[in-house]
Design a protein around this ligand. Structure first.
Ligand SMILES: [Zn+2]
Length: 184
């Protein structure tokens, strides 16, 4: 009996010695800030991520923006029901799935405001100061009415606008083109 007790004690000692050799888990993050506790606990938990994003076959659109050009895609299939231009561009035709071809719109690109809305709370990823005017602009020859923003001025339906480009310090996102009023 005494022998059994001794061996049990020895086993515990060995386990303790092994445990000491392993590293203790430590919290390596940043302690969150408590914003409120009443009526429920709310913490501020800052998060950052790097989103590696490929533009894939739509890369020419963003290359165009860097050069101050608005590029659109068009379906080359003569039997397709939609042969007008698309902005945002499509890699393949949404109607017949043929690979699209690229066309650069001649500058200046003039359009008319189809509709607009004021953005007060922009979503994450829209790094624009608020409030700003989000405008849907009709561009001649397009099948689509793309969304963008009005750099300055007050929009109204039917307003003539001109596309401009952020070629200096580009964001390399769709925010690199926008509209400005084009009226006397
Ligand atoms: Zn098509």
């Amino acid at each position: 009996m005494a022998k059994e007790k001794r061996s049990l004690k020895k086993k515990v000692q060995i386990k303790k010695a092994r445990a000491k050799k392993t590293k203790e888990i430590k919290f390596i993050g940043k302690v969150t800030k408590i914003r409120q506790t009443d009526p429920r606990t709310v913490i501020e938990w800052p998060r950052t991520i790097t989103h590696v994003h490929t533009y894939g076959m739509l890369s020419p659109f963003f290359e165009g923006l860097r050069k101050g050009e608005l590029r659109a895609t068009r379906c080359p299939n003569p039997n397709c029901s939609e042969n007008r231009l698309w902005i945002p561009p499509r890699a393949h035709c949404p109607d017949c799935h043929t690979e699209m071809v690229w066309k650069t719109l001649p500058n200046p690109v003039i359009g008319r405001i189809y509709t607009f809305t004021q953005v007060v709370y922009a979503g994450i990823g829209i790094e624009l100061s608020t409030p700003y005017w989000q405008v849907d602009v009709e561009i001649p020859g397009l099948a689509t009415i793309p969304k963008s923003y009005l750099l300055y001025g007050e929009p109204y339906i039917g307003m003539k606008v001109k596309a401009e480009f952020r070629t200096k310090n580009p964001t390399n996102t769709v925010l690199d083109y926008y509209w400005v009023p084009c009226e006397p």
